[in-house]
Design a protein around this ligand. Structure first.
Ligand code: DGJ
Length: 757
């Protein structure tokens, strides 16, 4: 895999020793700038979890008192010793069928008849740099910014060994984890659960924050109290899904944006996943995160190994804002491999909401010419350019030009778009096949389906069997030629249905449980080949909007279409929810027509732009249908976006309102050097005789004075009598805050840019 090292990034500080291994007491300590993670080899070689929390260099073994707990069994070797039980001691990576009744990290059965694992310590090793995973997306180091700890555990009865992999990114306050299973025994074993990580928090009362949703309403934040029993956040849809996101936060009941301890866990995986949380009989809380278990089983023959997807962990004792910032920085600097990560993105216009399937060469060329007059830089031809694709019920797989719509081929259209002064981008949906397609008629067996059953159809399409080499090779040849033969500078990679009916004729019966994970491995390999071969092409991920919005995809694509819902008011919650784990620089966000196509709501064009600017920014409308005023406005928006894009892409994000605030939503980006900051506030619930709109700026330099560089009102302002201060200290803006002038009308908003004097 090619790693792109941005020269725009500050050199990392001197390497620091972030892993300590104490041979005498068997304690391993992982240190990041603000956190300590600790484990130790306990009685009988069990690997016990000691501590994860604020940075502190003590040995935390003292916390976990061994004591007899009724109905919790003890290992045989301890004879009468009833004070040690796997069921009550915090485990680093829980086994199964060996006396710990809480959530297992591993479930397996061996062809010898044995089930479960009793994992004991074998050895540990520190390595320079970051470990790597085969065929899976994962974080990467930038030379000396990471160190690896490998702890090997073994189950004697089956011969299964697990390498617990930890990489410590000291400066980023992030620890990554994954597990490598090795079958060193003589019998085949079947892995039925192979978690990426287990985390025991034996003390405290915790809330679980997760991000659920549905198509066109993704990543809605929900906060629930962790109560006794098990709570599962998961997807079995073959993608990380619209319904749940593979990112959760465990936090203290009192935690908020600014205070409180919180732990973020993010899977770097785009397929079926599960994150389980259990509060047990002693009030200890355990989370186990990894591949979704329901349809998973992996055959591990003697000598074979299996690697799990990776999990990113971060801890903050300063609330959610700090936790989010840790993930934002980490994704940009150590996950996103695209050379576009730190590059300016062109303002684009997408044909989807402008024309849907109803276009021809002239209409698209006209769209490009009209968009050019507004300052737009890239035209994206969305769905409908291939086969006989005039509706969404056919032609997926027929990746040849529809000559009725584009008589001069893609080449002819691209020439006209380029002549209009725009770059050209193209929509594709490689993983899919329509029943009504040449491809399906030629290769009906390429679609995933259960033999003897009618296939399940989603958006009139089926999923290609990417577990098969000949299919991923065909896709690679098809799309690499398309890109080689045409001047395509942007690709939108869509995926519009969930997977079900799992079965692959290429796999034997005992390996059918591997289909969904092998599909992901095939997909990752395909994407890696294409993105490596065309590093200058800007790729945007998409899955019916934001149905595959995860760190796995972000390892390859520098941006992902957030949602098919382009209504700016609905987007506030979608983008706010997304921002807990993901940086706004990856949010695909566009200004679309009003009334909005998904909700029917009307909003000012300025508010639509202010919300889309907290993202990659672009348009999804037909400029020929705009009023003169709106066109004038767009010209100014594009200029404004370019003036702000560095700040929005690489600045530090602060959410100034809680998702429950129904009156208004406000957020702020601050330059790393704190010299400038942009505040955006959108009024979502206008009031009669309105109460003051008050916010406190964050992240400024309290010692410096700031002046308002510019201020923009979108929609209507209440009246003009309110005078804004021209200059204020960072301290005043942060501690006293700022009262925003009254806003009036349907969804007005305001943007204020301040700069240090
Ligand atoms: C779903 C995407 O999210 C939309 O933006 C659009 O590309 C359609 N698919 C096209 O079918």
């Amino acid at each position: 895999m090619i790693l792109y090292r941005s020269t725009e990034i500050r050199p990392w500080e001197e390497p620091v020793l972030s892993i300590e291994m104490n041979q005498k007491n068997g304690v391993f300590t992982l240190l990041t700038k603000n956190s300590t993670y600790q484990m130790r080899v306990g009685p009988l070689g069990y690997l016990l979890h000691n501590y994860y929390g604020r940075r502190c260099e003590d040995d935390f073994g003292y916390l976990h008192l061994e004591r007899d707990c009724g109905a919790s069994p003890n290992p045989y070797e301890l004879a009468d010793g009833r004070s040690f039980s796997l069921d009550t001691m915090p485990q680093e990576y829980s086994g199964s069928n060996c006396g710990d009744y809480r959530l297992p990290s591993v479930l397996l059965h061996s062809e010898s008849g044995i089930s479960g694992v009793d994992l004991r310590f074998v050895k540990a090793e520190i390595q320079d740099g970051k470990y790597s995973l085969n065929g899976l997306p994962s974080a990467f180091d930038r030379g000396s910014d990471a160190q690896t700890l490998v702890v090997t555990l073994r189950d004697e009865a089956t011969g299964v060994e697990t390498d617990l992999l930890y990489a410590v990114f000291e400066q980023q306050d992030v620890i990554t984890r994954a597990v490598r299973f090795r079958n060193t025994g003589k019998k085949i074993v079947h892995l039925e659960k192979a978690a990426s990580a287990c985390l025991d928090l034996p003390f405290g009362n915790w809330d679980l924050i997760h991000f659920h949703g549905r198509h066109a309403m993704e990543r809605q934040m929900e906060r629930i109290s962790v109560s006794n029993g098990i709570q599962v956040i998961s997807s079995e849809r073959g993608s990380s899904s619209h319904q749940h996101n593979p990112f959760v936060i465990l936090c203290e009941h009192t935690a908020n944006e600014d205070v409180g301890e919180c732990y973020g866990q993010m899977l770097c995986y785009s397929g079926n996943f599960q994150i389980e949380t259990e509060k047990d009989q002693t009030d200890s809380v355990r989370t186990v995160a990894g591949i979704g278990q329901r349809y998973f089983s992996w055959q591990l023959c003697p000598g074979e190994f299996f690697e799990t997807p990776e999990l990113f962990l971060s801890f903050s004792c300063e609330g959610f804002t700090k936790l989010s910032q840790n993930f934002h920085r980490f994704i940009r600097s150590n996950v996103s491999r695209s050379p576009w990560t730190y590059r300016r993105r062109p303002v684009l216009i997408n044909s989807w909401e402008a024309a849907y399937f109803d276009f021809d060469e002239d209409r698209i060329a006209q769209l490009a010419e009209d968009a050019k007059t507004l300052g737009v830089e890239l035209l994206v031809l969305d769905d409908g350019w291939f086969g006989e694709r005039n509706t969404d019920n056919c032609s997926l797989g027929d990746w040849f030009i529809d000559r009725k719509k584009l008589p001069n081929g893609l080449d002819g259209l691209i020439r006209r778009v380029n002549e209009a002064g725009l770059k050209f981008g193209l929509w594709i949906e490689p993983e899919m096949i329509s029943e009504d397609s040449v491809l399906f008629r030629e290769h009906p067996d390429w679609a995933i389906r259960v033999p003897g059953r009618k296939p399940t159809i989603g958006r009139c399409q089926m999923v290609l069997d990417l577990t098969r080499k000949e299919i991923t090779e065909w896709l690679y040849q098809t799309f690499s030629s398309l890109m080689r033969e045409n001047h395509i500078e942007y690709v939108k990679w869509d995926m519009n249905r969930c997977m079900t009916d799992l079965y692959s004729p290429a796999l034997p019966p005992e390996r059918q449980g591997e289909v969904s994970h092998r599909f992901m491995m095939g997909l990752y390999e395909l994407i890696e080949r294409l993105t490596s071969e065309f590093p200058d092409v800007l790729f945007e991920g998409c899955a019916g909007g934001g149905g595959r919005f995860d760190a796995g995809m972000l390892a390859y694509f520098p941006q992902i279409w957030c949602s098919d819902n382009t209504d700016p008011i609905a987007r506030l919650k979608i983008q706010q929810g997304s921002s807990f784990g993901y940086p706004i620089s990856v949010f695909g966000a566009h200004v679309s027509a009003s009334p909005n196509h998904q909700t029917g709501r009307s909003t000012p064009i300025g508010t639509r732009a202010a919300v889309a600017m907290a993202g990659t920014f672009g348009y999804e409308l037909d400029p020929s249908k705009l009023s003169h005023e709106d066109k004038e406005d767009i010209i100014r928006q594009v200029e404004r976006f370019h003036g702000l894009e560095d700040l929005n892409r690489e600045g530090i994000l602060y959410r100034l309102t809680e998702p429950e605030n129904i009156r208004f939503t406000a957020w702020q980006t601050v330059a790393e050097d704190r010299k400038s900051s942009l505040l955006t506030l959108v009024l979502t619930e206008p009031e009669g005789n309105p109460r003051p709109l008050h916010v406190r700026w964050k992240g400024l330099d309290p010692e410096q004075n700031y002046h308002v560089a510019w201020i923009q009102y979108y929609g209507c302002r209440y009246w003009d009598e309110e005078k804004l201060p021209e200059r204020l200290s960072g301290a005043a803006l942060m501690y006293g805050g700022f009262t925003v002038p009254r806003l009036y009308g349907d969804y007005p908003s305001i943007q204020i840019l301040i700069e240090q004097e």
